[in-house]
Design a protein around this ligand. Structure first.
Ligand SMILES: Nc1ncnc2c1ncn2[C@@H]1O[C@H](COP(=O)(O)OP(=O)(O)OP(=O)(O)O)[C@@H](O)[C@H]1O
Ligand SMILES: [Mg+2]
Length: 498
């Protein structure tokens, strides 16, 4: 006998560690912050202030809005219940997960958070105090908590709205830097670098929402410095020419909805001019389509996810956007992908693949495959140095039989080796160049320099490896001289001299 009367109710109340585990999601800082901003926008806010206070390796965050505020009955019954739908859904209230996901991720389910809100019906200020647990209450704020409502707030109507205060840490905040990590050490405090990255993310995400009457401000300070305030500006896609949208009608079981698809060419100069450092870099990581769902760019740079196509340099100027408004479509519950289990999403992906598969473009230096890049570099080198010859696929190390991409013979008898890659340089590539150098030495020639060339930026790790190799000596006792050169630089030089 079980000792339990059947049928028996099953206990599904979550353990406290549920929130710690809920926080373990593959979400970066700005994605997590965006869930809170989505809620502010859904509540009809005009202005949103994001306050970030760095204190040693801790970060305190406030997201403040002048939206509708939350009814006390909703504080009690809905907003912290996983999956509960809102009483009045706003534009971006989709799953009933965002607020919980976001607080759990920021706080690791353990650190403090507070939610304060004021609405026109209940008036007064109400608070929910963290950490996340099954024992939270709606209460009245004490004097110091009341200060969260208006301190440092300058851009909001104070009569109605919501404040979410959450404690997180610098390690997590630094996830907002993405690929910028590669270009230097991680900051050990809150500084302009992370704020610039955040402004870029939010300027891309909220491009469809930000305008003269809808604004986001970031106010930030580290330790006891002075609070700085910066406005997030909408950042449009840097197209060469603004492309016209294609309407794609998706019908499933008699229901039809439209999505809009645009595709264009990246203007690299415009991207640099507009200060992009993370998005629209003209490389593999940033090629692809931005998906705008319910007025927010939720997924930038999709390629494989939409077309099943591997990233390739031939698509480096391929950019565009796909605008999906209809609530018949859905995303994953942490908004990191389109839900392929949704028949409208599945149909849309089918349409994109059959009708809009990107052509592996052929214009511009960056659209060339490795061999084309090699040809272009060889002819640029010859043009740049009159009376020189750039021999392609040159055999070296006659007894072993190895081929190097280019040997550039200069008029003074010196030579430079070129190894060309059409993707990011890997450690093995450096040793390939060492092998060519050794081969040349075995042929009784000594290259001046061996250059490794790529249209992708080189990581700090590879720079270290090159430095290490250059401290060593070849079979003739002379030091190796290997250097990385960006394809841009070589092709740029050619253009200037041409
Ligand atoms: N800043 C806010 N202002 C007003 N209401 C809010 C705010 N933040 C959260 N809410 C309320 O809390 C509810 C729960 O938010 P949560 O983000 O968890 O779910 P959601 O927005 O409905 O769905 P999604 O998972 O798509 O974010 C919302 O539906 C909304 O009613
Ligand atoms: Mg939400």
């Amino acid at each position: 006998m079980t000792g339990i009367t059947i049928p028996a109710d099953i206990d599904t109340t979550p353990e406290d560690r549920f929130y710690t585990e809920l926080g373990r999601q593959d979400l970066t800082f700005e994605q997590t912050l965006a869930e809170l901003i989505d809620n502010s926008i859904s509540a009809g806010s005009k202005n949103i202030e994001v306050h970030i206070f760095g204190e040693n390796d801790k970060v305190k965050l406030i997201i403040a809005d002048d939206g509708s505020g939350i009814l006390v009955s909703d504080l009690v019954n809905r907003i912290l219940r996983m999956g509960a739908p809102p009483t009045n859904p706003g534009s971006m209230n989709e799953h009933g997960f965002g607020l919980k996901n976001s607080i759990a991720r920021l706080t690791g389910g353990k650190e403090d958070f507070k939610l304060l809100t004021k609405n026109p019906t209940d008036k007064g200020l109400y608070i929910i105090r963290g950490p996340l647990s099954s024992r939270m209450k709606v209460e009245l704020p004490n004097k110091s908590e009341e200060k969260i409502w208006d301190s440092n707030i300058t851009q909001l109507n104070l009569e109605t709205g919501t404040r979410v205060y959450a404690e997180t840490n610098l390690i997590f905040l630094n996830t907002t830097l993405h690929k910028l990590y590669e270009r230097g050490p991680r900051p050990t405090k809150l500084e302009q670098k992370q704020i610039d990255a955040l402004k870029e993310h939010l300027g891309v995400f909220y491009r469809p929402w930000l305008d003269s009457t809808h604004k986001i401000f970031i106010k930030w300070v580290h330790d006891n410095g002075t609070l700085k305030s910066e406005e997030v500006k909408a950042l449009p896609i840097p197209y060469k020419r603004d492309p016209a949208p294609n309407r794609i009608s998706i019908s499933v079981n008699g229901k039809t909805c439209d999505v809009y698809y645009r595709v264009g060419d990246l203007d690299r100069d415009l991207s640099a001019k507009n200060g992009f450092k993370i998005y629209y870099q003209g490389n593999q990581r940033t090629q692809g389509i931005d998906v705008i769902f319910r007025k927010r760019v939720i997924l930038p740079h999709l390629l494989t996810e939409l077309f099943g196509l591997a990233r390739h340099n031939s698509l480096n100027s391929f950019i565009g956007d796909l605008t999906v408004e209809d609530p018949l479509f859905s995303t994953f519950n942490n908004k990191t992908g389109l839900d392929q289990n949704n028949p409208f999403v599945a149909k849309l992906l089918e349409e994109l693949i059959t009708r809009y598969m990107p052509q592996q473009a052929s214009s511009g230096a960056y659209d060339l495959r490795e061999s084309q890049l090699r040809k272009q570099i060889a002819s640029t080198l010859e043009k740049a140095t009159p009376n020189s010859s750039a021999q392609q696929n040159a055999p070296i190390w006659s007894r072993i039989g190895v081929i190097v991409d280019i040997i550039h013979q200069l008029p003074n008898g010196e030579e430079i080796l070129y190894e060309i890659k059409d993707e990011e340089i890997k450690p093995l590539d450096i040793y390939q160049v060492v092998m060519y150098w050794d081969g040349r030495v075995a042929d009784n020639k000594r290259p001046q320099i061996a250059r490794i060339v790529s249209p992708e930026d080189v990581s700090s790790k590879i720079k270290l490896l090159i430095k290490y190799v250059n401290q060593r000596k070849d079979a003739k006792g002379k030091p190796y001289k290997i250097e990385f050169v960006h394809a841009d630089e070589i092709l740029g030089i050619g253009k200037k001299k041409a």
